[in-house]
Structures are given as structure tokens and as C-alpha cells.
Design a protein around this ligand. Structure first.
Ligand SMILES: [Zn+2]
Length: 157
């Protein structure tokens, strides 16, 4: 998914990375002629890229970033009590991850493009739900579940 750049930092090896609004980090190397990112070399160049987007493959792979904090969870839902909105495509707010926790039965969490994949989950399993990723859930075999919401760290972790 395309993610907005919220800042920059240096990792343990002195490599420059961009902080993205999903909570992930992405290296922004300038290695001509393979990777042309002259803007990454200067303070002014990096500042000019704040708010621009990069494609985050870690979101597409449903990888929860480090440094997220749970702040709310839904009640436990089953086939009778699941809100209709969860069965249709919907998405979380910018900067908010979900974690679908299956307590019983089986569930399928289907992500629309650009993530474009589905997670099949049994009891005791869970799936990260990236911010703003359109998805819906399907309940099977007496599924019971809840969703925990997690906030990305303000400094991007
Ligand atoms: Zn991401």
C-alpha cells in the first residue's frame, strides 16, 4: 500500500530510513545507478518528501510494526451479534492497526486491493489489519472473535 512519509531516521548501521504513517520503516538509500533517490542525501531533500508516499510491502504482507500500542477492543462477537458493517468492506483510520483474534470456529479476513489477499484463521489465531486497508470478515463453524485496535507510535517507532 502507498504510505505517507512522516519523518526520517538512521538505523544502527547508519542507514537512512523513512518513517511511514503505518508505523513501518523503509530504507531510503541513494545508490546510483540502481536506486536513484538524490533527495535522500540532504536535509532539504528529505524535508521536501514529507507527506509524499512510498509503497509499503510490509503492510501488503500483513506485518504488524513494532511500537504499536493497544488502546481499545471490541466485545466478543459471534454470527448472531457481528455488526453488519464488518461483513462488508470497511477500513480502520490512518495510523490505526486492527488485530482480528479468533476465539472459536474459523474465520476468513478478505483484503481488497492493493493488499489483495485473504487470511484463513482458526481458533487461537489472529491477523493484523493494516491501517486504511479495505477488508471484510466471514464467519464459519460457530466463529467467535474480537478486534483489538492498536495505535502507531507518534514518532513512528
Ligand atoms: Zn507499512
Amino acid at each position: 500500500m502507498q504510505r505517507r512519509i512522516t519523518g526520517f531516521g538512521l538505523d544502527d548501521k547508519g542507514e537512512r530510513f523513512a518513517r511511514l504513517d503505518c508505523g513501518h520503516r523503509q530504507h531510503v538509500r541513494h545508490r546510483p545507478p540502481f536506486v536513484e533517490r538524490p533527495w535522500a542525501e540532504s536535509e532539504a531533500g528529505r524535508a521536501s518528501m514529507l507527506g509524499e508516499t512510498l509503497d509499503c510491502l510490509r503492510c501488503d504482507r500483513l506485518e504488524m510494526p513494532d511500537g504499536v500500542t493497544p488502546y481499545r477492543e471490541t466485545p466478543v462477537f459471534d454470527q448472531a451479534t457481528v455488526p453488519a458493517g464488518l461483513l462488508k468492506d470497511h477500513e480502520t483510520k490512518p495510523g490505526t492497526w486492527g488485530r482480528l483474534e479468533v476465539l472459536a470456529g474459523r474465520m476468513r479476513c478478505v483484503f481488497a486491493d492493493p493488499v489483495g489477499r485473504a487470511a484463513d484463521l482458526g481458533a487461537g489465531e489472529n491477523s493484523p489489519i493494516p491501517p486504511e486497508a479495505s477488508h471484510h470478515v466471514e464467519l464459519h463453524d460457530g466463529a467467535r472473535f474480537r478486534v483489538v485496535f492498536l495505535r502507531v507510535a507518534a514518532d513512528g517507532g
